[in-house]
Structures are given as structure tokens and as C-alpha cells.
Ligand binder design. Structure first.
Ligand SMILES: C[S@@+](CC[C@H](N)C(=O)[O-])C[C@H]1O[C@@H](n2cnc3c(N)ncnc32)[C@H](O)[C@@H]1O
Length: 249
């Protein structure tokens, strides 16, 4: 476990940027069968397929359609817009089409097309609501090989990391609870998580950020989110008004 911790810290220290981090991760752990849930424009897929020579198969999972079940994320645009986004994503990975398998559908719709214990790595970046992350973690976990990894985005200590208007983001701490339930080691990196599916390791949660994930309670997450909203909606505009008034006098 400390070996994994050292490797992750070293990748993180040399790659602050998200795509660079995952691209080195996939290369270093020699991941051959990789899946990504939530593709949008395909930037992440194209980067990994360009950088990581280890990849033999890359599953791209996304419905590329408007989801009408309360998933009010900003990424949930109209069907027409999604069609353009889909075309762009397909064009972006054209250079690697012999490795790519596009599965157009939600996790629940396509999961049966992936054999159990076949993936070296899956990156979860689809529906970040409580419903979405619950379905994704529970359905994808059996698809990962023993020794393989589940990583993901929006592992945010705040309940509203992007906007107050969408559903709360609950990837953190839900994934911590999931790792505890499955007795697996979990690592929190800035905004990202890595969980290993092990044979005989025990649950642990290692915060590699130096404190962002100190408190795993929902209470702390709500308080951070409300602070963020107060600052954005009231404190910052008030500060700017006072500053302008002082300039004018
Ligand atoms: C944040 S974007 C993905 C960004 C991409 N991973 C990247 O790094 O460039 C989220 C995507 O998740 C897709 N999505 C939403 N619900 C989903 C679900 N249940 N299963 C799979 N994908 C989903 C949306 O259509 C959207 O394109």
C-alpha cells in the first residue's frame, strides 16, 4: 500500500494538470483495457490514446443525449447539442479507432457488454449526483480485474463545486463510504480519486492533498458549499460595490 502511495505521490508531484496525471498513471501501471464513463467532447480519451502506448482497448461510455431524470448538471445539454458533441468526440479518436469501442448509452444501458473482471482501469466522470455515482461505483466495480483501479473526477470537498444551480455533487464522500464497504484502499488527489481493487488489502483513505479531505462528513461538505455560495452571491459583489464607490469618491 505504501508502494502505491509513493507511486501516486510521485506522479502527482510531477503532473499538476488532470490529463497529464492520468496519462502518466495509465502508462506507469501498464493499463491495457481501459474504460471511461462520461466522455463529452472526448478530450480525455484522445489524450490517453495519444500518450499511453499500453492501451489495447478503450471503451468510451456516454449516452450523448439529454437525460431527463433530474440530472441537472450543466453538461446535460439538448439532444441536438449532444449530437454535435458526439460527432466531435468520434472525430477526435479517429486516429485510434482500432482500439476504441464506443458504447452510446448510460452505465445501466451498456454495462452488460463489458465482461466481469476485465478492466485494468476505469475512469468515472459521468453523472456526479448521488444517484449517478452510486450506480456507477456499484455497477463498474465487478468489471475491474483484481489489482485494477477505479479513478474518477469531481471528488470535491464542496457540495457545489461548479454552480449552485445543479444537483449537489456527492462523489466525495460517497466513494469513501464505498471503499470502506468493499474494504479497499482509496486515495484522494486534488478533485480526483483512485481506488484499487485488491485481493487482500484493507480499507484505508489517504488524503494526498495535505488536508482537503480531512473531514468526510456530509455536514462539512454542506458548510463549504454554503460558504462558497455566500462568497459568490453576496460577499464578492458587495466587496466590488464598496471598492467602486471608494474609487468614485
Ligand atoms: C463531465 S463530462 C465528461 C468529461 C470527460 N470525461 C473529459 O474529461 O473530457 C460528463 C459526461 O457524462 C455523460 N453522462 C451523464 N450521465 C451519464 C451516465 N449515467 N452514464 C454515462 N455517461 C453519463 C454526459 O452525457 C456528459 O457528456
Amino acid at each position: 500500500m505504501s508502494d502505491l502511495k509513493d507511486k501516486l505521490s510521485s506522479i502527482m508531484n510531477s503532473n499538476q494538470e488532470r490529463l497529464a496525471f492520468w496519462s502518466q498513471f495509465v502508462t506507469q501501471f501498464d493499463c491495457k483495457k481501459v474504460a471511461e464513463v462520461g466522455i463529452r467532447y472526448g478530450n480525455f480519451s484522445a489524450r490517453l490514446l495519444t500518450d499511453c502506448k499500453s492501451i489495447e482497448t478503450y471503451y468510451m461510455i456516454d449516452p450523448w443525449r439529454h437525460i431527463d431524470n433530474g440530472y441537472n448538471d450543466l453538461a446535460n445539454v439538448s439532444d441536438d447539442e449532444f449530437q454535435k458533441i458526439y460527432d466531435e468526440a468520434v472525430a477526435k479518436v479517429e486516429f485510434a479507432k482500432h482500439k476504441v469501442q464506443i458504447l452510446r448509452g448510460t452505465t445501466s444501458e451498456v454495462i452488460d457488454q463489458i465482461p466481469d473482471e476485465s478492466l485494468d482501469f476505469i475512469y468515472i466522470d459521468g453523472d456526479h449526483t448521488l444517484e449517478g455515482i452510486t450506480i456507477d461505483m456499484i455497477k463498474w466495480y465487478p468489471k475491474v480485474k483484481p489489482g485494477g483501479f477505479i479513478g474518477g473526477d469531481d471528488f470535491s470537498p464542496s457540495i457545489f463545486p461548479h454552480t449552485f444551480k445543479s444537483e449537489p455533487v456527492l462523489v466525495f464522500p460517497w466513494v469513501v463510504y464505498f471503499a470502506k464497504a468493499m474494504n479497499e484502499p482509496l486515495f484522494g488527489l486534488s478533485g480526483q480519486f483512485v481506488m484499487q481493487k485488491t485481493v487482500d488489502e484493507e480499507y484505508s483513505f489517504t488524503d494526498l492533498t495535505g488536508g482537503e479531505y480531512e473531514d468526510i462528513s456530509i455536514r462539512s461538505k454542506v458548510v463549504r458549499g454554503l460558504w462558497w455560495y455566500l462568497v459568490k452571491a453576496y460577499i464578492k459583489p458587495l466587496y466590488l460595490r464598496v471598492k467602486n464607490l471608494m474609487k468614485a469618491t
